[in-house]
Design a protein. Structure first.
Lengths: 379, 123
């Protein structure tokens, strides 16, 4: 990979000016931190932060068969109304995961999708998967990823900072709902897609603490970023994005879910719903695992000894290898080392002590309740 | 960013302070900056290690940095304060953020280390 191949988002140059440390993430030049991962993490939990999530992908489905098509290709119910959002998995027939994503229904004939970033090598993976499965369904799919810029505006002060600038009252947007609105600053109007969703765990359903994910046309990107920063919200890098999401046990594609881990194994059974009259891809395996249990299951761990859990470390019970770490971090809100591990389900009981092999040494960990963090509560 | 001239360096970003046959080892300002906030320092066990062996690990939230033995010898002291305050490596990489001390078995090995200017040239 040469440096020149790495893709930039419309905000990359501004990140640089803001003093970000930029790294290659999925072949995108992304800010991993601005002031510091821990500081940004805590800032987001206590105030509000702006994340560049333009590396993610955005598609629009249009046509009379949008809903039947989505019911066929997605694992969750699709049973949502207009201007609602729903977390989804797209799975292979063996139940392992193509990608996790959100759908945003505008009408029965128009649904937006925001999914994960792809590397140059896997570029087009989701788009092609969707396209290949359209078959007889009357659905047209458009890739908006490179035309639009995506932000996450997260943290308890988000609503207070964002709402005065929008021509819609965002206090009326319930959790997992979205709207089109305009950001109006200095008599300029910037149209945005604005969804009350997020990956930070800073939205607890109380309408005073809403956090949002936003997309706009690229031509407004830098202006909008500056407007957001001028509110006093701070730019937050991918480092804090990862520790924020892991405290809440939100799955990370490529780590906690991938093409070798099923939705049920990832302990996300709630994303799998039987749908009347439609068989979805992966249904047979996923419904069986959901009712009977899977041989492997994702569990949350606290490391009892000192150290940091990292993906790939082996998990042992009485010298026997029973699984591996899929994600790990130091959790700033909890001041603990936390991680998710995919282990043999026989050992999943809360309170079970396990050993983690870190650079050849065994460190003690214990299975704990997940999520590690829920707004207002520290487990 | 500072690179004190009374210290020696390795291209792998360790610094070494030689006092008699004792070498004190830490990581450079550049290394701590690259790693970001240090959340854990795995200190070496005391004992004899060869030059180039991994003696300690410095972990930030996103990465692990290895700290190798700049010279052969016996690890005689470790900075236990880092167990509770690993961030000292960030705030004082050349001072309170030192990681371990080695009693050199072959002090001439220190001659091969980089001076501050040579180290900076590698960055």
């Amino acid at each position: 990979m040469t440096e020149t191949n790495i893709r930039k988002t419309p905000l990359s140059e501004m990140h640089e000016k803001l003093g970000a440390k930029l790294v290659n993430f999925e072949d995108w030049k992304m800010p991993v931190k601005f002031e510091g991962v821990i500081e940004e993490h805590i800032w987001t939990r206590e105030h509000a932060g702006i994340f560049d999530i333009s590396h993610m992908t955005e598609f629009m489905l249009e046509g009379p068969d949008c809903i039947p098509f989505l019911k066929h290709i997605m694992t969750n119910s699709i049973g949502i109304g207009d201007f609602a959002a729903q977390y989804q998995h797209m799975c292979y027939s063996n139940g392992t995961v193509v990608d996790d994503l959100y759908i945003y229904r505008e009408s029965a004939e128009k649904v937006r999708i925001i999914a994960n970033a792809q590397t140059l090598e896997t570029d087009g993976k989701d788009f092609n998967w969707l396209k290949e499965h359209i078959g007889e369904y009357k659905v047209k799919i458009t890739d908006l990823s490179l035309e639009r810029t995506r932000f996450a505006f997260q943290g308890p002060e988000t609503l207070k900072l964002l709402n005065p600038m929008t021509d819609k009252d965002l206090t009326q947007i319930k959790r997992f709902r979205w709207c089109y609105t305009n950001i109006i600053v200095n008599s300029e109007e910037i149209p945005i897609f604005c969804s009350r969703t997020g990956y930070s765990g800073e939205d607890d359903w109380s309408d005073s603490l809403a956090s949002f994910e936003i997309s706009c046309e690229n031509k407004h990107a830098t202006k909008l970023y500056q407007i957001f920063l001028d509110t006093g919200a701070k730019p937050i890098g991918l480092g804090a994005r990862d520790s924020l999401r892991l405290e809440c046990c939100y799955a990370l594609y490529g780590n906690d879910i991938n093409n070798e881990i099923t939705t049920i194994e990832a302990n996300l059974g709630w994303v799998v719903k039987e749908k009347e009259g439609v068989e979805f891809i992966g249904q047979e395996v996923l419904l069986k695992q959901k009712s009977e249990g899977s041989k492997r299951i994702s569990v949350g761990l606290n490391l009892l000894d000192k150290g940091i859990l990292r993906a790939g470390y082996k998990v042992l019970k009485d010298e026997m290898e029973i699984g591996f770490i899929t994600s790990g971090t130091y959790a700033p809100t909890l001041n603990k080392t936390i991680g998710l591990a995919l282990i043999n389900s026989d050992y999943k009981t809360m309170g079970t002590e396990l050993d983690i092999l870190i650079r050849g040494k065994k460190k003690r960990a214990v299975i704990v309740k997940t999520p590690f963090y829920t707004r207002g509560k520290k487990n | 960013m500072e690179f004190p001239t009374d210290l020696k360096y390795l291209a792998t970003h360790e610094w070494v302070k030689i006092e008699g046959d004792i070498a004190t080892v830490g990581i450079s300002d550049h290394a701590q900056d690259q790693l970001g906030e240090i959340v854990f320092v795995e200190l070496p066990d005391t004992g004899v290690l060869e030059k180039g062996a991994v003696a300690a690990n410095v972990e930030s939230s996103k990465a692990v940095g290895e700290v190798v033995m700049p010279v052969s010898g016996e690890v005689t002291a470790v900075n236990e304060n880092l167990e509770d305050e690993p961030e000292t490596v960030n705030s004082s990489p050349y001072g309170n953020g030192w990681i371990f001390k080695v009693k050199m078995s072959n002090p001439s090995e220190a001659d091969g280390l980089l001076d501050a200017a040579a180290y900076q040239a590698t960055l």
